[in-house]
Design a protein around this ligand. Structure first.
Ligand SMILES: Cc1cc2nc3c(=O)[nH]c(=O)nc-3n(C[C@H](O)[C@H](O)[C@H](O)COP(=O)(O)OP(=O)(O)OC[C@H]3O[C@@H](n4cnc5c(N)ncnc54)[C@H](O)[C@@H]3O)c2cc1C
Length: 330
């Protein structure tokens, strides 16, 4: 059997963009393997959304709900994915390489005694077998992965196209969950959200990131950070940060881009006062267009930048805000 099971992440009653990208990639792979693409949704209040997934390539949608899915639970999701991988005889099991996917897919793969191809950027069939490609060594090389059993993989957000809503439809089946809240090893009691409506760097189409050269937002860097926020708001971007900034406590860890932060692949990445260390590049060099602002013309970030501006954040950020605001108004 060559069925592809896709765990479609959902938030606030809607499938996430990264989840739909995984579904689109799964549907394309299933078509090349001659199998079916089965979507898996978990959560309460998702009935209406589940009914739409056929329009994005699912041939069936499985919906798991109940108390075990009332709050984010990596344990519950992992058990669900593993159970359904087995029940559906899936040859490929996909999810997004987001915080949620990174949390539950390794557990699900381990439960099935399978390996995991994480953060993949290419997915195809070769000789009737699924093949995944993932960057290694901080993006310096790529490996092609084939699995001896089922291929478990997480897909890097924004690398695979978001499928357009088509005219298809797919039946929704309720999944019988064989465990309850009491069976779970850990239960999330409370979720403290960040600022409402804030774009996630991993999913945003435009990211503006600041580095150590922006200086302390509680001191002399206050205006720089206010300007970066303003630039982001002007062009509909998410704010990102280097690790130096996060380690200094200037920005939350959720905004960190790089090897030990999030991997981003936006259409436009603006790096301000970031030197371009290899660990930072590992998280953003897949961006379609990179703009770097740095006062040091020799900064390594310019080697990967499509456009480089040699200048200080203090001078360049206000000029960018003004130019974008004027261009977008016209
Ligand atoms: C195991 C490991 C994992 C790591 N993971 C990550 C990761 O996930 N993400 C990450 O980012 N880093 C990571 N790092 C750290 C990484 O090596 C760098 O230390 C870090 O990226 C540097 O951050 P930065 O570019 O903001 O600071 P710096 O390297 O200090 O660069 C600051 C830059 O700002 C410029 N500048 C100064 N003032 C101004 C100004 N007024 N206007 C314009 N430009 C100015 C300077 O010319 C300089 O280029 C990791 C390191 C290790 C060892």
């Amino acid at each position: 059997m060559s069925n592809v099971l896709v765990f479609v992440e959902a938030k606030d009653g809607k499938a996430s963009k990264a989840g739909l990208q995984a579904l689109g990639a799964g549907a394309a792979l299933a078509a090349s393997l001659g199998g079916k693409c089965i979507a898996l949704l978990a959560g309460n209040g998702l009935d209406a959304e589940a009914a739409t997934l056929g329009a994005y390539g699912a041939s069936r949608t499985l919906l798991a709900s109940g108390e075990a899915f009332s709050k984010h639970s990596p344990d519950a999701m992992a058990r669900l994915i593993a159970n359904q991988a087995q029940a559906q005889g899936a040859a490929v099991v996909l999810a997004s390489a987001t915080s949620v996917g990174k949390d539950c897919m390794p557990r699900a793969a381990a439960m099935m005694k399978c390996g995991l191809a994480s953060d993949i950027v290419e997915l195809r069939a070769e000789g009737g077998k699924p093949v995944a490609v993932r960057p290694v060594f901080a993006g310096k090389a790529r490996v092609t992965v084939q699995a001896s059993g089922a291929l478990f993989a997480t897909l890097r957000p924004n690398v695979f196209a978001t499928p357009a809503r088509g005219g298809g439809s797919a039946p929704v089946e309720a999944v019988k969950v064989a465990f309850s809240l009491a069976d779970l090893k850990a239960v999330v009691k409370e979720i403290v959200s960040g600022a409402a409506g804030k774009l996630d760097v991993a999913e945003a189409e435009i990211v503006c990131s600041g580095g150590r050269g922006m200086k302390d937002p509680a001191g002399e860097g206050k205006q720089n950070w206010a300007n970066l926020e303003k630039l982001a708001a002007t062009i509909g971007a998410a704010v990102g940060a280097s690790r130096a900034v996060v380690d200094a406590g200037w920005r939350p860890h959720g905004e960190q881009v790089g090897q030990t932060g999030k991997t981003v692949s936006p259409k436009l990445y603006i790096a301000v006062a970031i030197s371009g260390a290899i660990q930072h590049l590992a998280g953003m060099s897949g961006s379609k267009v990179i703009v770097a602002v740095n006062k040091d013309a020799q900064a390594p970030i310019f080697k990967v930048a499509d456009y480089g501006i040699v200048g200080s954040a203090e001078d360049v950020l206000p000029a960018l805000i003004e130019a974008f605001a004027a261009a977008l108004k016209g």
